[in-house]
Unconditional design. Sequence first.
Length: 94
Amino acid sequence: MKSLAELIKEARRKKAGVPTDELLEAHNAWQRVAGPLGRFTRASKCCRGTLVIVAASSAIIQEYRFNERNLLSSIQRELPERHIRNLRFQTGRV
């Protein structure tokens, strides 16, 4: 169980837009499985079994959609404790 100080610290970081340790872990795992286009993407959120990936363009998202099953399997192996069931892609600032 997290202490009150840890919870407050995490809430402040989230409000300030600073990634949490869990998000950094998800981002690093995504970069390992994403391949060469990974540098144009980032993991932005992981909640309720869905890892949200932000990509610089819709063309990059289309490339990932062609290989979505393999990417999901790979990320599940990288982060078994997160119980990721879905990948969701969206365009945005990377």
